[in-house]
Design a protein around this ligand. Structure first.
Ligand code: PLP
Length: 484
């Protein structure tokens, strides 16, 4: 007898054809949105009536998908972060790519879980990790994992470092004594501090070593600190070298750090969130020499490889040490020798996450479509643009370069010589805000030696030299208007 109460409701479109037509329209709109990005404001404040729409309560009953899309068009699309625009130079982000969008679209349609199993998505991620090993110069026997970004990649690498170098089974025992020490420069990214805190060592577990004038780690100071710590009964375990610091793009002397780590039997980790992928650029690659000697490398694909967020990668030279840190197989995850639950190297054994999205697909499709050499050229182009901007600054008497250009990062200020340090800091902050609020561009900022800097991190594949000409024109005119 038929069960009259059977509920066949599901979440598929009620009208597949209408839904398909709406999606086609979204694709048309989205392509135009990207293509015409220069015609819209890079950034604008959200008016109150828009802000109010984000305060409405949980929608309990349906709305048509067309009306939901209308809301997206009215209240979200006009107020972007700005980072798909060619003139976004704040923090450090990529533009995203259309091929990346295609990959993310299919990743959500296929919707596999990359925790493990024997299916094609797993093979795609394996292949992408192998390609990244090839880029960095790691051996085929190394292991890796795609993660959300640089923070998780650094966290993963530093966790393996701690577990391998502690000298006892820290997974079973926990910290016996809180005397393990990591080292990085004063320019090391804050996510490494967070990672060391999470590893149970406290902020004091990451010692920050002074930098040279070019913001690279001072190798002698590093050696001295390690010797001093050993003499005081601490246990040095790892040095973090940065290839592309977030402030100025400085690349630590990776070979010198590798030498110290070999001599002292320390783990060598590279935070290459910004710069490791620049191994693709013939221009930057020589500066990264030594990266292939690292025990682990963290890198970002949503920065200088322009993948849509989120995409990062950690590589570990010794796959056994990697797996030993994260593998834990309860009975409900036991593998079979046949069928879906077969296959080696389940990714959940190499990181913290069990369920994992198919972030490899956008990377796989993009690298195939463009080829790695083109991505390398995009990186080289940004480096050349950084020097182009630096030259505009250097030839103008009212502009001052504040740090050596590191890869694609330029730190500078307006300074016509008539103002005090405090005045200059206020003037340059105001210049940056006016440039932003007038939607001319989105430069970033930082502070170096108490000096407020306008900081441009040029990681856009869409930007041209004319954008920097225009930036400088505006900075000079605002600077002139508001200074003595
Ligand atoms: C951006 C950045 C990170 C953090 O990466 P996320 O992808 O933002 O998590 C770490 N280190 C450096 C040097 C960075 O520039």
């Amino acid at each position: 007898m038929k069960n009259l109460l059977e509920n066949n409701e599901n979440l598929d479109p009620e009208d597949w054809e209408a839904s398909k037509a709406l999606m086609h329209k979204m694709v048309d709109d989205a392509f135009d949105y990207v293509k015409n990005v220069r015609d819209r404001k890079i950034w604008q404040n959200m008016p109150n009536e828009v802000l109010e729409t984000f305060k409405t309560k949980l929608p309990k009953t349906p709305s048509s998908s067309a009306s939901v899309y209308q809301e997206l068009q009215d209240n979200v699309l006009p107020y972007p972060m700005g980072n798909i625009h060619p003139r976004f130079w704040a923090w450090y982000m990529g533009n995203g790519t259309i091929s990346g969008v295609m990959g993310d679209f299919w990743a959500s349609i296929l919707n596999p879980n990359l925790g493990g199993g024997n299916h094609a998505a797993h093979k795609v991620e394996e292949q992408v990790i192998n390609w990244i090993k090839e880029i960095i110069g790691f051996p085929e026997t190394a292991s890796g994992l795609l993660v959300s970004g640089g923070s998780m990649a650094n966290y993963s690498g530093l966790t393996v470092a701690r577990n391998v170098k502690a000298g006892y089974d820290i997974r079973a025992e926990g910290l016996k004594e809180n005397n393990l020490v990591f080292y990085g420069s004063t320019e090391v990214h804050s996510c490494n501090t967070k990672a060391v805190e999470l590893l149970g060592l406290g902020t004091k577990g990451l010692k920050k070593i002074k930098v040279n004038n070019d913001y690279t780690i001072n190798i002698n100071a590093l050696k001295q600190q390690i010797a001093l710590d050993k003499a005081n009964g601490l246990q040095p375990i790892c040095v973090i070298g940065t290839s592309g610091t977030v402030n100025t793009g400085a690349i630590d002397n990776l070979n010198a750090i590798a030498d110290i780590c070999e001599k002292e039997n320390l783990w060598f980790h590279v935070d290459g969130a910004i710069g490791a992928i620049a191994m693709l650029s013939n221009k930057v690659k020589p500066q990264l020499n030594g990266i292939q000697r690292a025990n682990s490398v963290a890198l970002d694909l949503h920065k200088w490889l322009h993948m849509p967020f989120e995409a990062g990668c950690v590589l570990i030279k010794d796959s056994y040490e990697h797996k030993n840190t994260f593998s834990l197989i309860p009975e409900y995850l036991e593998k079979n020798t046949r069928g879906l639950a077969s296959g080696d190297n389940w990714f959940s054994e190499y990181g913290l996450q069990l369920s994992r999205r198919f972030r490899a697909l956008k990377v796989w499709m993009s690298l195939k479509e463009h080829g790695s050499e083109k991505f390398g050229r995009m990186i080289t182009k940004n480096v050349d643009q950084a020097y182009y901007l630096a030259n505009l600054i250097e030839i103008h008497p009212d502009l001052e370069l504040l740090a050596p250009v590191g890869m694609d990062i330029v730190c500078f200020r307006y300074n016509n010589g008539n103002n005090t340090l405090n005045e200059l800091n206020a003037i340059n902050k105001e210049i940056k805000l006016q440039i932003e609020e007038r939607a001319i561009a989105l430069p970033g900022y930082t502070t170096l030696n108490n000096i407020y800097c306008i900081r441009c991190a040029i990681s856009s594949h869409r930007v041209t030299n004319a954008d920097f000409d225009d930036l400088i024109t505006h900075i000079l005119s605002i600077g002139k208007a508001i200074s003595k």
